[in-house]
Design a protein around this ligand. Sequence first.
Ligand code: NAD
Ligand code: AKB
Length: 320
Amino acid sequence: MTPVLVTGALGQVGSELVPALRSRYGVDQVLATDLLSGAPDHPSLGGPFEQLDCTDGVALRGVLERYRIKAIYHLAAILSARAEAEPQLAWRVNMEGLYNVLEAARQVGAQVFVPSSIAAFGPSTPHDPTPQDTIQRPNTLYGVTKVAGELLCDYYAQRFGLDVRGLRYPGLVSYTAPPGGGTTDYAVEIFHHALIKGQYTCFLGPDTRLPLMYMPDAIRATLELMQADPAKLRHRNAFNIAAFSSTPAELAAEIQKHRPDFKVFYAVDPVRQAIAESWPHTLDDSAAREEWGWRPQFDLRGMTQDMLEKLSARILQREA
Ligand code: NAD
Ligand code: AKB
């Protein structure tokens, strides 16, 4: 079996990808790493873990050699809203971190997974649906690093033959770990507030439409892409993947079908609203469907029902 390394393993995606990789490849075969140390009961800490700053290329290379790593899932990043507040940090983590990962992978011959985002598109991109190959002129620092990252991954694939693959994740909704400072965080927060407080004040306007996806679909997409036949991958990096699109008002209405007393208010944050308005409403994911058989399993209804069930159970467990 191939030893696997995950960077940024304590974040929203890593908290679910690490356990999924461990159940597929074996606990000891998956090394979780993060800048932070994490609480002892964190889902990524049930196996090998090392504190690792992805901006430290020497340390990264040392870990790859020590564990004889053959595949890297590079999740460490600064997300959209935090990147607007700390652009210099975001550039360092998102670009230098990625460069270090690609260089180290090239040197040891590892396969790499690098997530991009709907943030790789901008105001001049067609929004409905956003094609796989289209105008990419984002006006956020996060988006700039995502486009540059996509191009850098393509370069490493073409120039060095590195097996680097990637997906443009939509806004991800999950219950295991909180989101890390993005614009789509409202779609996670709203569930916690619905169950704990019975009301939520949303920082995006009620009609702001964005592509969303439930985490189990995103994890499955990640694993499927990494195992796809390389001969069939024409795009390889930065595949659009879609599940459903929603506005805050539509998501709230879906939650209200289960919790009729749930109330939603709006206090628009202009920074995050502007970011959201520059992003796609819907995505054309036909390349992913054709090249490696992508199909989502959760729509808005299915996700909402599952989120409410799973999150209620976790809250009850915490309170017991
Ligand atoms: P997150 O913010 O929840 O987690 C990122 C992790 O990276 C954190 O645990 C953080 O401690 C760690 N980190 C930060 N700086 C680091 C450094 N210098 N070295 C090592 N680790 C560092 O993010 P996420 O939601 O898990 O996102 C994972 C990837 O997926 C990112 O590339 C992100 O852009 C992409 N993505 C996420 C979403 C989403 O909705 N969550 C959507 C689109 C794309
Ligand atoms: C964010 O909102 O920054 C992320 C993303 C869509 O990349 N969730």
